[in-house]
Design a protein around this ligand. Structure first.
Ligand SMILES: N[C@@H](CCC(=O)N[C@@H](CS)C(=O)NCC(=O)O)C(=O)O
Length: 281
């Protein structure tokens, strides 16, 4: 399924619902396999949390090829050849997009979940609890923040990039920069979004990491760059310096994926050179 099937009558991008929404049971070494892409911000969240919580031995991972063709994500090594095979093995009538992140149960041979916002929460609540990225005392505030991040930034950049209507595009871009302006003020006074590193920081980071390289030029979110925001840029680099964040950030995969796969936006499939960004602290 192409994003064009997720364009509403007035040209807005309306993301498909997640099809597989079972919750992850308790960890069992060797049982669950995460399929992820370094390019995808939603999958990147899970790679960061898996690493932060030290779950590498409990949750196996397969990184898909960054360039997606009309058959969807290809699995290096070929078992299966395409991610779509896992979707059809679980639901032969599935007609949606074959998305990462998703978690495959190797015992029951089915996809447990492609419900990206819930996967990290499940890992935090029952797979590994240190550091506590979802502290009980902050949960209501984290939920409000996550909602704001999703509608104002994480998904809004896609709404701008995939819009087929000028007004829909402008409305999404306005939301993006209102949100970034607000976050700039907040992060000028605080190292993290809350008084400790949380799930919300993971969600913010994966969008910021792609901002100047992809969302600014390719999705046309070009009112300001991330590097024009002193506090946000310092915050992004601070997180990038943490190995779980920096070592899961792959700009080669990110660039090749967006520019070579989203041919509706970039028909030439040319991958731009630059921008030169110094992510070091
Ligand atoms: N599960 C969500 C979000 C995950 C998502 O969109 N992942 C993208 C990569 S960033 C994907 O796998 N897209 C596959 C496709 O569009 O065919 C959805 O269904 O929209």
């Amino acid at each position: 399924m192409k994003p064009s099937r997720e364009i509403s009558g007035d040209g807005r991008f309306v993301r498909q619902p997640n099809r597989f929404t079972d919750r992850l049971g308790p960890p069992e070494p060797g049982r669950y396999r995460l399929y992820a892409s370094y390019a995808c911000p939603w999958a990147h969240r899970v790679l960061i949390v898996r690493r932060l919580l030290g779950l590498e031995d409990l949750l196996d991972v397969t990184i898909v090829d960054p360039i997606r063709d009309e058959k969807g994500w290809r699995v290096p090594g070929g078992d299966p050849e395409y991610l779509s095979e896992l979707y059809h093995a679980t639901d032969p009538g599935y007609t949606g997009r074959y998305t990462v992140p998703c978690v495959w149960d190797t015992h029951e041979k089915r996809l447990v979940t492609n419900d990206f916002p819930q996967i990290t929460l499940d890992l935090e609540m029952s797979w590994g609890t240190s550091p506590d990225l979802y502290p009980e005392r902050l949960r209501p505030d984290i939920e409000i923040m996550n909602d704001r991040l999703y509608h104002g930034l994480n998904n809004a950049v896609y709404e701008a990039g995939f819009a087929r209507d000028q007004q829909a595009y402008e409305e999404a871009v306005a939301r993006v920069f209102t949100t970034l302006d607000h976050l700039e003020v907040r992060l000028a006074e605080s190292a993290y979004l809350f008084d400790t590193l949380t799930e919300s920081d993971v969600r913010l980071y994966t969008t910021l990491a792609r901002f100047d390289t992809v969302y600014y030029p390719h999705f046309k979110c070009m009112v300001r760059r991330l590097t024009d925001y002193p506090a946000l840029w310092a915050y992004a680099r601070r997180l990038h310096a943490i190995p779980a964040f920096g070592e899961t950030t792959d700009f080669d995969h990110i660039k090749r994926h967006y520019y070579m796969t989203q041919t509706g936006i970039n028909p030439s499939r040319i991958v731009p050179v630059g921008p030169e960004l110094d992510w070091s602290l």
